[in-house]
Design a protein around this ligand. Structure first.
Ligand SMILES: Cc1ncc(COP(=O)(O)O)c(C=O)c1O
Length: 939
């Protein structure tokens, strides 16, 4: 059969997400097989039938090259299909394809022997027959696949496969099938393509090149190799392969079968990526047990497992928490419906105890501690803290732990409110760095690295760099801009070698499981930098830089802003923190959040970190949230790769469908990377994922190099062009179509795909958008010119008459230690608490002319509190900030109802000039004196 591939049809996303593309191939094959069957029934001459048959031949050969990387349907069933096609059995071919395709779609092959066409498939040695499917008494045994990369002739593979099957035992916790490949390249391909893999066995002596010459697979492979940074030093092939596979999926267990001195191989530091090393297959049962053990290790959820056991025990409770065990609920005359709704387990699993198989979240020593260690392994962190009050709390914990009063915290003004409050609580002075505006869509992007470098160099020029403790950035931003995390940290460390980074990855926790996004996460980038700083080549490059710029960078040297700076590897301290709302992108219950730590100086802050946990964590943490964090980690370690790929696929589908749909695209549009990220920050020249001509290599390059990339799963749908403002559109979708979505802006709404979404969800949304577009069409057609004019005016108002976004102005002089300073940090805390005394505050109505007069003539208007309109959701005023005409203009144009910190009836809450005069910078001066800055400046 020929390997005819229509490369023109291969879309970029086929490279991104393979599961859906695979299903599409089976569906296409089924369609042509059915057409062949139908033609055979009517076609007397046979000419049409022949043509249809050759379509089946082509479609089958296209599909087959991909199928060798999956255990199901496997070589035997594929051979049966081939035989039926050769024999001209159209009906038999169509039936078999139909059943395989259905089994793949429903995943029934994981539990149903009939799908394999072999009743013995799920049995162990013939004497030990045991179905894996649930039989009522026994829970279902999860299924996975194991990739075996071997130099043995393919003719021997079926025999090996049988050998592995014979090792199965009734007490095995899981069930697996094997997939064989014969080269390095095919092993990489298999790992990328097959999301059901949980383990890989590499035998030494495998060749590098695949015998598979398909240009499609070759392109797929080379771009993935580039994307994941897999090297080309293949002197030690098995080791290189293991390292390469770890870059794709770090969670995979990899085993080496060596025929050399295994003791020596095991002693190689690079061998840490192998879970175990065996001397050839001298102990097949050991290998089998190791494979199961490796998966059991990830499957294990110490806290959740114990909670389940706890729930089954007859426990008498004499502690607070009447709902524990549920008796007050199930026996109640009035609230037993609550028990019926939630089910008994919720109450059996509730306790306020920290003993009896449970643990204490505040001082974990048992299964919570182990669960956190497993999470640290999964996320590539040194330590993980589970948090049960959301990332709002995680952020405040990290900030309190690492910042002291008077420290300077560089922070995106557009960040989540928890950081602003974190600064108030810690008494740190925020130095706001501005994100680039996307005025047209009434939202901000992310903070350019140049702005951050500028701020650090300014601090240096003023002798305050030692007080700049932390940089806080949101990655990705609410709207999907992803930082080049590695570069940001590297260049900042070049200016301040011990700067601490807090990456708020509230929305981006899932990214760890995408090989493309991982490098742009805090933990992924920290791992890259850790390696880089130890690399002699990096040291040499740094030495060159030092020759040019000196060891102590001169803050007046403007060329530093243009230079890609290297950090001094001899001085640098890598101190990285990440917070993520596990509940936002993984299967944790609401408020489930984690703090990830990769800080080489953690031991110096451990005590204060625990203090911060004690300060913020509830003493009654919810057991179910802790358990769900444990389970979410299990899921991501076992199927995160496949699920995240699917979420990305669905996002791409949605983007393409909306933007190319004849009717929908007249009124709606999803913003691409080019609209969300100015060209200056896309040096690779990348436009967007769905632009015609976009190819995978370009997308990969952009993800590696550009200053910002777009997370495709965050979709900004412009609805202003359909005459709806964001809030109106969001409410309509919820009320009329049961569609809930994320945030809104003046003229857009933010949609998000995650691991929970299906193709049906996408179909539903598309159908709704068609319906809404049809209604608009009808209204415009029937309403005559008046209706059309009204519509055009509304669209213009939403899309063009957009208020300029106000930048942060400055803190009032009295809250700054040196009003002449070029850096803008200020004592927000003094402003915040100043407002606690009514007599120190005043109110002015937004429409009052007094506001305009004071802006012109003074005394300055100084905000007493945070004012946060939703949308856009960032504080347009913070305590102590001087209010300028920009801010007032923005407020006056704002037509949103929800503005936190502002009462239209009372007006703006301001700090009185008398208070500010009295404050006179006292507090800041005291702090800066304590920190020695004033002394230094005087000197
Ligand atoms: C960037 C960012 N950080 C932190 C949070 C707070 O997270 P949580 O809702 O888990 O408290 C949010 C919430 O939307 C957010 O957008």
């Amino acid at each position: 059969m020929s390997t005819a591939i229509n490369e023109a049809n291969v879309r970029l996303d086929q490279f991104f997400t393979v599961a859906e593309a695979r299903q599409d191939r089976w569906r296409r094959l089924l369609t042509v097989a059915r057409a062949w069957e139908a033609a055979g029934k009517q076609d007397a001459s046979g000419a049409v039938t022949d043509k249809k048959r050759s379509s089946v031949v082509n479609s089958f050969s296209e599909l087959r090259q991909w199928e060798s990387f999956f255990a199901y349907p496997g070589p035997a069933l594929l051979k049966t299909i081939e035989g039926r096609i050769t024999q001209g059995d159209a009906t038999g071919t169509a039936r078999l394809i139909q059943s395989i395709s259905a089994a793949l779609l429903s995943h029934s092959y994981r539990t149903n022997a009939a799908d394999w066409g072999s009743p013995d498939i799920f049995t162990g040695s013939i004497s030990d027959k045991l179905p894996i499917a649930s039989n009522g008494n026994m829970p279902q045994r999860p299924y996975f696949e194991v990739l075996i990369a071997t130099a043995a002739f393919p003719s021997t593979w079926p025999g090996f496969r049988e050998e592995f099957r014979k090792l199965r035992r009734s007490q095995d916790q899981f069930f697996y099938e094997t997939v064989f490949v014969g080269s390095f390249e095919d092993a990489v391909l298999g790992t990328i393509l097959n999301g059901s893999l949980e383990a890989v066995i590499i035998s030494e002596g495998i060749p590098f090149a695949s015998v598979n010459n398909s240009p499609l697979l070759r392109e797929f492979l080379s771009t993935h190799l580039a994307a994941t940074g897999i090297g080309t030093d293949f002197s030690e092939l098995s080791l290189s392969l293991a390292q390469a596979l770890k870059l794709v999926r770090p969670e995979l267990d990899i085993y080496l079968l060596s025929d050399r001195e295994v003791e020596k191989v095991a002693g190689d530091p690079g061998a840490e990526c192998f879970r175990r090393i065996f001397y050839q297959v001298e102990e097949p049962l050991e290998l089998h047990l190791s494979i199961l053990d490796g998966v059991a290790d990830r499957f294990s959820t110490p806290f959740f497992d114990n909670l389940q056991k706890y729930a089954q025990r007859p426990i008498g409770t004499f502690h607070a928490l009447p709902v524990a065990r549920g008796k007050s609920i199930f026996k109640s005359n009035w609230i037993s419906d609550m028990g019926r709704f939630y089910g008994v387990n919720l109450f059996l699993a509730e306790s306020s105890a920290t003993t009896g198989g449970l643990d204490s979240l505040l001082e974990p020593t048992g299964n919570i501690k182990v669960a956190q260690e497993l999470a640290a392994r999964a996320f590539g962190a040194d330590h993980v803290f589970f948090v049960t009050n959301g990332t709002s709390t995680s952020n405040k914990m990290v900030e309190q732990a690492l910042l002291a009063p008077g420290d300077i915290m560089l922070v995106d003004r557009n960040c989540h409110k928890s950081h602003h409050y974190g600064a108030v609580l810690a008494g740190a002075l925020p130095l706001y760095v501005e994100a680039y505006p996307l005025t047209k869509f009434s939202m901000y992007g992310a903070v350019p690295l140049r702005t951050i470098k500028r701020a650090l160099l300014d601090l240096k020029a003023e002798g305050k760099l030692d007080r700049a403790k932390m940089l806080v950035l949101t990655n990705c931003t609410f709207d999907g801009q992803i930082y080049n995390v590695e570069r940001v940290m590297e260049e900042c460390l070049a200016i301040k070698p011990d700067l601490i980074f807090l990456w708020d990855e509230a929305w981006f926790g899932f990214a760890r499981w995408s090989p493309f996004y991982r490098r742009r996460t805090a933990m992924g980038a920290a791992a890259v930098l850790e390696k880089k700083f130890k690399d002699p080549a990096y040291r040499a490059a740094y030495a060159e830089q030092e020759k040019k710029f000196g060891a102590d960078l001169d803050p007046a040297d403007e060329s530093l802003l243009e230079t890609r700076l290297l950090a001094n590897p001899g001085k640098v301290r890598l101190r990285v923190y990440q917070t993520n709302s596990t509940h936002k992108s993984m299967s944790a219950l609401r408020q489930g959040s984690m703090v990830l730590v990769k800080d080489q100086d953690y031991h110096t802050v451990e005590e204060q970190f625990h203090e911060a946990v004690f300060t913020h964590a509830s003493t009654s943490p919810n057991q179910q949230i802790i358990a769900s964090l444990d389970v979410a980690r299990r899921q991501m370690e076992l199927e995160g790769y496949e699920l995240v790929n699917r979420a990305i696929q669905l996002a791409l589908d949605l983007r393409r469908e909306v933007n190319s749909h004849r009717l929908i695209s007249k009124y709606f549009h999803i913003l691409g990377a080019d609209e969300m990220i100015p060209a200056d920050f896309r040096n690779s020249g990348f436009v967007d994922y769905i632009t015609p001509g976009a190819n995978w290599a370009k997308a990969v390059k952009a993800l590696r190099e550009d200053e910002f990339a777009l997370d495709v799963t965050r979709l900004t749908l412009v609805c202003g062009t359909a005459g709806y403002d964001g809030t109106q559109f969001k409410n309509m979708l919820a009320a009329k179509y049961d569609i809930q979505l994320n945030k809104t802006s003046r003229n857009s709404v933010l949609l998000q795909t995650n691991i929970n979404n299906t193709r049906s969800d996408v179909a539903h949304l598309i159908k709704v958008l068609v319906e809404i577009s049809q209604e608009i069409e009808k209204r415009l057609e029937q309403g005559g010119s008046e209706e059309r004019d009204t519509f055009a005016a509304r669209v213009k108002s939403l899309m063009e008459d957009v208020p300029d976004l106000p930048d942060f102005s400055y803190f009032h002089d009295s809250l700054r230690e040196n009003p002449a300073s070029i850096t803008s940090e200020g004592d927000m805390r003094a402003g915040f608490f100043g407002a606690y005394r009514q007599e120190q505050c005043e109110h002015l109505k937004l429409s009052s002319p007094e506001i305009d007069r004071r802006i012109k003539e003074g005394p300055a208007l100084v905000s007493a509190n945070f004012v946060i309109p939703y949308p856009p959701g960032f504080p347009i005023m913070v305590p102590g900030q001087v209010i300028t005409s920009d801010t007032i203009d923005f407020m006056r144009k704002l037509d949103v109802k929800e503005i936190h910190g502002f009462s239209a009836a009372l007006g703006l809450k301001l700090l009185k000039p008398s208070f500010l005069e009295a404050a006179g910078g006292r507090e800041v001066r005291r702090l800066s004196k304590e920190k020695g800055t004033i002394k230094k400046q005087a000197a």
